[in-house]
Design a protein around this ligand. Structure first.
Ligand code: 4AD
Ligand code: MG
Length: 431
């Protein structure tokens, strides 16, 4: 019977077959330990002449790294390690024997070499673990929203307008219609959709022609935008913190093995509990200046500032109510101070940087129209967006979560390029 390695515990003392790859081999002559993987987990196969037979022994001797195999044997409990199983091999069938030496070995490789070989690097234990965590985070997001009355609404990738400013747009020549852009965020379309469905979220690739070469910038990344009618600034932040806690909690229960492979210290993650710290932008600048940063009121937070703001905090920090002048046109003006907008950036702990950007949306037609004109964005591409303020406008809020930054934070990886299967950055577009 074919089984998946993850189910080995259900087949103790039974003869089964595992179909996968041999990622490493130890031993020689009398005994071989085959390190096998099948995508669902890892298991050690033990080969000896007495137990496995001469044929299996010969094949084990021949096997090269990353050869694909079907290995039959009996599952046993590891004599010492709790919750670990082994395979007492009875037979090995080679599916394909690697003739050429596998390029990625146990020795240290530089990041460029690994990224050039990303199609193979993905098979390594840590990279495998990151993709598993990514999958769990995605599923947690879906579950959180469905439990909270949001439905998934897909937003377009090809758009005739800009959501997040015109300087980071990828342009596309679109038949006779002229220029279109790759979406920077589904937000504007999601705002239209929630006037139909009340609460919605999207999840998809987004694109920024960003010149930034930091550890947190990709040119193609996955964003989850959420939007809700009748939800205002404070409630929006509560939804964000509840979602983050839900995601972290899910990873702590479902990804114990993966986080171990990643050597992630999970103690800081266990402390991620609501409420998160809330600082107004003005308070944050004051705090940063006191901590020695030379940031001035009216400037965007840099990497170092984000690190400083969270360095003594067990929980992520909301920086909210930013100066209107440095934020996009769609954010709602703070009724208490027309220089500010009702927005928030959520900064992750342990130097993770901004994980979420969100705001209440301007719901007044005239105020929004003036803001759009001021950014030089007027024209038919924004008329439909303005229409939403003509027909049953309601207070509403939303936010976007960067998937790679969130996964990077949970996994404790330094550069978010490892959290997406095939990263796209200004200087890397292959494989
Ligand atoms: O803060 P941003 O630019 O917000 C928006 O796009 C809003 N329209 C979202 C909304 O309100 N629906 O982007 C949201 C998040 C950031 O907080 C960050 O986590 C991530 O997307 N992000 C990036 N991740 C990787 N590479 C980049 N170049 C990123 N730019 C933003
Ligand atoms: Mg932002």
């Amino acid at each position: 019977m074919n089984i998946l390695i993850k189910d080995a515990k259900n087949h103790v003392d039974k003869e089964i077959t595992i179909r996968g790859w041999m990622y490493n081999r130890r031993g020689s002559g009398k005994i071989y330990f085959l390190q096998l993987r099948d995508g669902t987990g890892f298991i050690q196969g033990i080969v000896t002449s007495q137990e496995s037979g001469e044929t299996a022994m010969k094949i084990a001797e021949q096997l090269t790294m990353e050869s694909s195999v079907k290995v039959t044997g009996i599952i046993t409990k590891h004599p010492k390690q709790e919750d670990t199983f082994e395979l007492q091999v009875r037979g090995i069938e080679i599916v394909q024997l690697c003739i050429e030496e596998y390029p990625i070995s146990k020795k240290e490789h530089g990041p460029d070499f690994l990224l050039d070989n990303r199609h193979l690097w993905l098979r390594s234990g840590k990279q495998w673990a990151i993709q598993k965590v990514r999958d769990v985070v995605i599923q947690a997001i879906y579950d959180f929203y469905h439990q909270n009355g949001f439905i998934k609404v897909d937003t377009p990738i090809l758009t005739p307008n800009a959501c997040e400013g015109s300087t980071t747009l990828f342009e596309i020549d679109y038949f006779d219609e002229g220029t279109m852009f790759l979406s920077q965020s589904g937000q504007l379309y999601l705002e239209a959709a929630i006037m139909a469905v009340g609460r919605g979220f999207d999840f998809g690739p987004t694109f920024r022609a960003e010149k930034s070469k930091t550890k947190r910038h990709l040119t193609e990344f996955w964003m989850m935008d959420a939007e809700a009618a009748f939800v205002e600034h404070e409630e929006s932040m509560e939804i964000q913190e509840n979602m983050m806690c839900f995601i972290v909690e899910r990873c702590l229960t479902h990804c114990q093995k993966e986080l171990k492979i990643l050597e992630r210290d999970i103690e800081p993650l266990k402390k991620i509990k609501a409420p998160f710290t809330r600082l107004t932008y003005t308070e944050a600048i004051k705090k940063l200046n006191e901590m020695g940063s030379d940031i001035k009121h009216g400037e965007d937070l840099g990497n170092d500032d984000e690190g400083l703001l969270t360095q003594d905090s067990n929980v992520p920090v909301f920086v909210h109510k930013w100066p209107r002048a440095i934020k996009p046109f769609y954010m709602k003006v703070d009724p208490e101070n027309p220089e500010l907008v009702l927005n928030d950036d959520l900064i992750g702990t342990e130097g993770a940087g901004e994980l979420i950007g969100g705001s209440q949306r301007e719901d007044d037609y005239e105020t929004l129209k003036t803001a759009i004109d001021k950014e030089g964005l007027n024209g038919p591409e924004y008329q439909w967006y303005l229409d939403l303020r003509k027909y049953g406008s309601v207070p509403h809020s939303g936010f976007g979560l960067g998937l790679e930054r969130t996964v990077g934070w949970i996994c404790g990886v330094q550069h978010i390029r490892e959290t997406i299967p095939f990263p796209r950055m200004i200087n890397r577009n292959r494989p």
